[in-house]
Design a protein around this ligand. Structure first.
Ligand code: FAD
Ligand code: FES
Length: 345
């Protein structure tokens, strides 16, 4: 028994369905080993709270440093999803994960424009010293001297050929937040930043079936980028955009969304849903409560792709509603907008 307990664990082999294989050393996580091997494995927090490293375990067994269930939904756990940053292999593994795409660059940048969108959301634009080439839906990591850590912000505009130097995101003020409190107080106007990007795997997948997009708060940022890019590319798929706010003062970008709708090839519906105010022209309730109706109107849940962005609770409720209505988990894509309070839980 003692020999077994103290036996030196052999390195484990991890095979990626759509990527290279790599070895994971003793007590290393799948993510640590993948990054060491130079693989563009998706990740953000590295502490098991954001869900960016969500991967599907097809073969093998892992130990979880912190239980995956803190971050992944019940549906995801049942379907074999793990968090690579918390997974230590117990055997050789076969894993399915979309790798990040694009050449990551770190460039100096400064804020050149801020536009108030709602009482607590601004469109913030940085001018970077070099162009960043990103895919619609991806995000940047922003740091500044003395920053407690990088802050992630999803690009709000469609990408441009050859990359962009003007980089915009919709940013919500989080009371007590190290970055957003300072930003909204005007204390970041003269600050020098470093932007590292592109990151993430939240982009529009190939397909011909319908799409449902669900956003809350500043979660509209990457959805606008995805939608604008889809219009530019002439994507022809039926789409419904559900957006959740508390009251009418949380709604924004309505003119821009109307323009997307006017240029969309196929059906395009935009449905704001208010959770704390009844207004005659808007739906009332939780935004995720509108998912079943939207899916039934789009017609074929099994062929529908879903894109969700915003607060973690909204995304977990969205996944539950989508899978209950027949959307396969493999057709659900999301970015959870986590912050320091999520990590501390
Ligand atoms: C992939 C990704 C994309 C994102 N994209 C966007 C986007 O496009 N737009 C957007 O607005 N946001 C986005 N976010 C969220 C964003 O990165 C920041 O987390 C957010 O702006 C808050 O940053 P902050 O520095 O202001 O707050 P933080 O300093 O992170 O604080 C957030 C909250 O936690 C509290 N807190 C701080 N430390 C602790 C602690 N130790 N214990 C308990 N509570 C604590 C603070 O008081 C505050 O209320 C994204 C996040 C991810 C992961
Ligand atoms: S990187 Fe693994 S959960 Fe955030």
């Amino acid at each position: 028994m003692f020999r077994k307990l103290f036996a030196k664990k052999a390195a484990r082999k991890v095979e990626l369905v759509d990527g290279p294989s790599f070895e994971v050393g003793r007590n290393e996580t799948v993510l640590e080993a993948a990054l060491k091997a130079g693989i563009a494995y998706p990740h953000d927090c590295t502490v098991g709270t954001c869900g960016s490293c969500r991967s599907r375990l097809l073969q093998g067994k892992v130990d979880a440093i912190t239980p995956f269930g803190y971050t992944l939904s019940r549906e995801e756990l049942l379907a074999g999803y793990i968090l690579a940053c918390q997974a230590v292999p117990e055997s050789d593994l076969v894993i399915e994960v979309p790798l990040e795409s694009g050449v990551v660059r770190a460039v100096p940048a400064r804020i050149v424009e801020q536009r108030q969108l709602t009482h607590d959301i601004r469109c913030v634009t940085w001018e970077a010293d070099g162009a960043i080439d990103y895919r619609a839906g991806q995000y940047m990591n922003v740091t500044w001297p003395g920053a407690p850590g990088p802050r992630s912000y999803s690009f709000s505009t469609a990408p441009a050929e050859g990359g962009r130097t003007r980089l915009s995101a919709f940013i919500r003020r989080v009371p007590g937040g190290a970055f957003t409190d300072a930003l909204f107080a005007g204390a970041m106007d003269e600050q020098s930043f470093t932007i590292e990007a592109p990151h993430g795997t939240f982009w529009l997948r190939e397909g011909t079936g319908p799409i449902v997009l669900i956003g809350g708060g500043s979660g509209l940022s990457p959805l606008m980028s995805v939608l604008e890019h889809a219009v530019d590319k002439g994507v022809q798929r039926d789409a419904i955009l559900l957006f959740g706010g508390r009251t009418e003062r949380d709604l924004y970008c309505q003119a821009e969304i109307a323009e997307i709708g006017a240029n969309w090839k196929g059906r395009f519906d935009f449905r704001p849903v208010l959770s704390e105010e009844q207004a005659p022209q808007h739906r009332f309730g939780m935004v995720t409560g509108e998912i079943p109706v939207a899916l039934s109107e789009l017609g074929d849940p099994a062929a529908t792709q879903a894109y969700l962005c915003g607060p973690p609770g909204m995304i977990d409720a969205g996944i539950a509603a989508l899978t209950a209505a027949g959307v396969p988990l493999t057709s659900i894509f999301y970015d959870k907008f986590t912050d320091a309070s999520t990590a501390a839980r």
